[in-house]
Design a protein around this ligand. Structure first.
Ligand SMILES: Nc1ncnc2c1ncn2[C@@H]1O[C@H](COP(=O)(O)OP(=O)(O)OP(=O)(O)O)[C@@H](O)[C@H]1O
Length: 249
């Protein structure tokens, strides 16, 4: 069996006595695409915060490539190869997608490079590849602020890819996107799996179905069940926790 790339082992997080995560166990294989769903307050954001080092578990361990991440600073965890895409795109609005990517490409952050804006040919080629991966070649020189919401999301995904992460944590990537943009985002994330381990948190069940990947359902800070979308959808416990928003499941 392949060793997991990322594992949460019995992770609990208490906020002043309230357990946002409660003995959470979850394991991701290298190259896996995984969706995580759960009702509001299930602990999805806290779960990402624990992986990225923003929140320290009260109990348990987070193990990445065989090494505990406990006590490692957030920026160092990012550098170890765990990239996080927040719900709102964080791109430099006044710069072009190409310039955004030039700044994001690994190794281009030396003051010398930033001053002169110079990249070596390998880095320039990488920027071009990233523009192609996310379908923004034709928009490479526009102001990023003038891109559509979906295009900004793709640019931010490309900026994360520029760091060559092992893991991509993607929080609600299709909120506010058009149907076509949603489909394209699904295709993009599917295409990134394999080379990367991709974990997607979403509320949009049609989108999760399109991802066609294993689904983990969180409830009250714990894994309620795991399986294909069909399996979790027909699980009476899942139906119960989603009661009231049943139509969405
Ligand atoms: N810093 C904090 N202090 C106290 N309670 C918190 C804190 N952060 C989160 N919580 C609580 O922990 C629980 C889990 O929150 P979390 O944001 O992880 O859930 P979620 O599944 O991401 O919810 P949503 O889908 O609404 O974003 C919630 O009840 C929340 O109110």
């Amino acid at each position: 069996m392949v060793a997991p790339l990322l594992e949460l082992r019995g992770v609990s997080v208490s906020f002043d006595g309230f357990w946002a995560l409660n003995d959470l166990n979850l394991s991701l294989a290298p190259g896996e695409l995984r969706a995580v769903i759960g009702p509001n307050g299930a602990g999805k954001t806290t779960f990402l915060d624990v992986i990225t080092g923003k929140v320290r578990p009260t109990k348990g361990d987070v193990v990445f490539r065989g090494r505990s991440l406990l006590g490692i600073a957030e920026h160092r965890i990012a550098r170890l190869g765990i990239g996080r895409k927040f719900q709102t795109p964080r791109v430099y609005q006044n710069l072009s997608p190409r310039r955004n990517l030039e700044l994001a490409v690994k190794g281009s952050h030396s003051p010398f490079n930033l001053l002169l804006g110079s990249l070596d040919s390998r880095q320039r080629q990488r920027v071009q590849e990233l523009l192609a991966v996310v379908g923004l070649e034709a928009h490479a020189s526009r102001r990023a602020g003038s891109l559509s919401h979906g295009q900004k999301q793709w640019l931010e995904i490309a900026m994360l890819l520029a760091q060559d992460p092992y893991v991509l944590l993607v929080d609600e990537p299709v909120a506010g996107l058009s149907e076509e943009e949603t489909e394209r985002t699904g295709a993009l994330l599917r295409s990134l799996a394999g080379d990367h381990t991709v974990l997607v948190i979403e509320h949009d069940m049609d989108f999760i179905r399109e991802l066609d990947c294993p689904v983990t359902v969180l409830h009250e800070g714990h894994v309620l069940c795991e399986g294909t979308m069909e399996t979790v959808q027909s699980d009476p416990r899942v139906i119960e926790v989603y009661l009231g928003v049943e139509d969405d499941v």
